[in-house]
Design a protein around this ligand. Sequence first.
Ligand code: F6P
Length: 319
Amino acid sequence: MKRIAVLTSGGDAPGMNAAIRAVVRRALYDGVEVYGIDRGFQGLLEGRLKPMTLGSVGDIVHRGGTILQTARSEAFKTEAGQEAAVGVLREHAIGGLVVIGGDGSLRGAEALHRRGIAVVGIPASIDNDIAGTDESIGFDTAINTVAWAIDKIRDTATSHERTFVVEVMGRRSGHIALWAGLAVGAEAIIVPEVPFDLDAIARRLIQTKERGKRHSILIVAEGVMSGAALAKEIERRTGFETRASVLGHIQRGGTPSARDRLLAGRLGSRAVERLLAGQSGIMVGIRGEAIVDVPLADVFRGEKPLMASLIELARMLSI
Ligand code: F6P
């Protein structure tokens, strides 16, 4: 294989740049040319390909966002769009493609694989909802950002003796809420995967206040309900002054953590190695300390469950 290409797609995630850097540097190390595709699959359809050099990935390992830009493409979801994308890749003599992104982007990767393009996916999403890998790039930074923000909210919550409901991202999953909630010692963590009882939560908040606690923090994953709606329900049941805070896109930006950069470096390098070894239709991921290859078909077989031991821990510690 003489030439490969790399793109980022879907919602951006801190650490995507470190992954691009690793793909480019590993390919050049192995004597293979690399093209960068701007604006994800949409940019591919528009022929936005450019040669990448060591210089084009300099000074980016620590930057959030993605230097290749990203997009969600409706045109690429169609049969005609995917055929056109194959045409563009062949026209540019691209022998293999690395797709960095979340669930939707990896589905796009699989579509190209089925059409005969050699493709390897790298999981990157703050949501950590991609099956087959313990972690996706961006998740560690996102939960650190949530913890940082909630530590600040806690100061004002204590001063005013208020209850706060903090709404976090995660799409349909509760990974961000659960991990960050444990990290900040939230009084309640409400996620789509676990049934909850608002009356019981309200009773617990009242008992906590009676014990002398001056504030309470509840975390709700966006896939359950809005923070504002939950705050109203809690205020109605407890009579406590309750505020909602929606953290929003702050969770997607910022300097990637060392852990995310390292993961990105390992996955980026492995993706190139696998492509050059003739593999396709796989995602590279991490399980425990090991970097693994996962068939894309397995990635889409089911939802990624929350860690049962963390759910149990949250139940035991939020008394
Ligand atoms: O998948 C990442 C994510 O940030 C989700 O947590 C969130 O639901 C969604 O993207 C928001 O998408 P957009 O930036 O298009 O509003």
